[in-house]
Design a protein around this ligand. Structure first.
Ligand SMILES: Nc1ncnc2c1ncn2[C@@H]1O[C@H](COP(=O)(O)OP(=O)(O)OP(=O)(O)O)[C@@H](O)[C@H]1O
Ligand SMILES: [Mg+2]
Length: 226
């Protein structure tokens, strides 16, 4: 569960990016965040994994309040939250295997456990055969699959995707969304910020629309536009 309570964000230049956001996303939900460029979607997602702190209000992950969470707890928070981005953010000089294993190594898991978990997620995204490739040897869709594998390798309760199909062609975008749907059915809450109107309309889920930092629509099985 992710719960935003009276959440506002004013950036240091005094720009109000979010104002008075109240929103509850239940465990296992699949939610699209839509809205024009600059509406506040990325800002909202970044608060969940504490890349950015609210100016007022609070966020609860399950019943845990992030408001007074010390920065020293950020690594523990992020173990429960997988994040993927439009521009992948893979480590360019590491293999596919290393990119995914990295998150587990910092948790000091055993070699055999890392090997098993990386193998399982690579199989889930259908790229077992690419484990030894470098990121530059992959297509855009393959890179995004690897990012998804990396995001879910520790079995997080929440997966946040910030425009995951922004750089992909329609067919590949659809495959990526199918993969996110599959992950959602494995007990993972999925929140996708997107401009992809065709996918939102073809794969209807809850739609939360943001306009100038405020929620203007919250609709089950909604469409991209009203
Ligand atoms: N670090 C920052 N300092 C000041 N203003 C910022 C900062 N980051 C974002 N903003 C502003 O906050 C607003 C919301 O930005 P945000 O990135 O959340 O929008 P978005 O909905 O994700 O847009 P897009 O669809 O283009 O990704 C924008 O007007 C942006 O200029
Ligand atoms: Mg954004």
């Amino acid at each position: 569960m992710i719960k935003f309570v009276k959440l506002s964000k004013v950036y240091s230049n005094h720009f109000t990016a979010l104002k008075d956001i109240n929103l509850t996303i239940s465990q296992n939900e699949f939610v699209y965040l839509v809205g024009q460029s600059g509406a506040g979607k990325s800002t909202l997602l970044s608060m969940v994994y504490r890349a950015c702190k609210p100016s007022s209000g609070d966020i609860f992950i399950e019943n845990y309040s992030l408001k007074n969470m010390p920065d020293s707890e950020i690594p523990f928070l992020r173990r429960n939250i997988g994040v993927i981005f439009q521009d992948y953010k893979l480590l360019p000089k590491r293999t596919v295997y290393e990119n995914i294993a990295f998150a587990l190594r910092v948790m000091h898991f055993s070699r055999s456990r890392i090997h098993r978990q990386v193998g399982q997620v690579l199989e889930l995204v259908g790229l077992e055969h690419k484990f030894n490739c470098m990121p530059w040897e992959l297509s855009g869709g393959e890179k995004q699959r690897i990012c998804i594998a990396r995001a879910i390798v520790n079995n997080p309760a929440i997966l946040l995707a910030d425009e995951p199909t922004g750089n992909l062609d329609p067919d590949t975008s659809w495959e990526i969304m199918m993969l996110l749907t599959k992950i959602n059915t494995r007990n993972t809450t999925v929140v996708v910020a997107t401009h992809n109107d065709k996918i939102v309309d073809a794969l209807p889920k809850r739609v939360v629309a943001i306009e100038k930092g405020a929620i203007v629509r919250d609709q089950q099985l909604g469409r991209y536009d009203t």
